[in-house]
Design a protein around this ligand. Structure first.
Ligand SMILES: C[S@@+](CC[C@H](N)C(=O)[O-])C[C@H]1O[C@@H](n2cnc3c(N)ncnc32)[C@H](O)[C@@H]1O
Length: 234
């Protein structure tokens, strides 16, 4: 039931993706600008940032949290030995399985990030973790729990790449006519998710045991003026 006092819209990727054409992969994950899918250059910039941040190598076993429909993930398959993508959306995972899964090495699984991280029976097989445009949908307590459980259970994971984080300190670059309420900026159930400052992400990551380094996409990347990436190392 919609909350009558709610002054802003809640958002579900699963519900949204079901309204898109089955092959509108960029629309399903809202990788669009004013409704138009982003260009191939933008996708290639994302892939380059992930590969270089994670220093992906042929022997790596990559885990992705909040992988969506796998449209970006498939571009990483050639750079790692094995890959598992997990996402909470039943529909987006079904799209990923149908179009991009390549068993036995490149697999998708429907699971919420917290549940998956705590229940994976063989966590030690993974060497690197990716969460692109997904971390902002984890409330603080979940985000902290996920980072801590990776640190403790996924003992061979050396690095985590967290990409496309909405920057609380630069939210005014996006909301040019005035900022929404603090409540909206801190709500994981909006289309953009939680706006976090680098200091906020650092607190979560360092508290969970990780060292953090921040980076920015090139100026030609749409969103570079209000988003950043974080690389976590042991
Ligand atoms: C903007 S999409 C990004 C998808 C993909 N990483 C990409 O960059 O194309 C955000 C994704 O986060 C997923 N998500 C949201 N909350 C989640 C949770 N608690 N656990 C796992 N996935 C979640 C959504 O289902 C959606 O697929």
């Amino acid at each position: 039931m919609p909350d009558k006092n709610q002054s802003y819209k809640k958002f579900s990727y699963d519900a949204h993706a079901r309204t898109c054409a089955p092959d509108d992969f960029l629309g399903q994950t809202r990788r669009t600008v004013q409704g138009v899918p982003v260009s191939e250059d933008q996708i290639q910039m994302i892939i380059a940032a992930i590969k270089s941040g994670l220093e992906l190598a042929p022997a790596d076993v990559l885990l992705e949290l909040a992988c969506g429909n796998g449209y970006l993930s498939r571009l990483l398959f050639g750079y790692c030995q094995d890959y598992l993508g997990t996402d909470i959306s039943e529909y987006l995972v079904s799209v990923a399985k149908k179009n991009f899964e390549a068993l036995p090495h490149y697999q998708f699984l429907m699971s919420g990030a917290t549940e998956y991280i705590n229940l994976e029976p063989r966590p030690e097989r993974f060497t690197k973790v990716l969460c692109y445009a997904g971390f902002q949908y984890f409330p603080d307590e979940q985000a902290y729990g996920i980072l801590k459980a990776i640190f403790e259970r996924f003992r061979n994971v050396r690095t985590i790449f967290i990409g496309n984080i909405p920057d609380r300190d630069r939210a005014a670059n996006f909301y040019k006519t005035g900022l929404p309420s603090e409540e909206e900026l801190s709500d994981s159930n909006t289309s953009i998710g939680i706006w976090r400052s680098m200091a906020g992400v650092e607190r979560l990551a360092v508290g969970a045991g990780w060292q953090v380094q921040f980076s920015f996409m090139p100026a030609e990347f749409n969103g570079s003026h209000y988003r950043y990436d974080a690389l976590l190392r042991r």
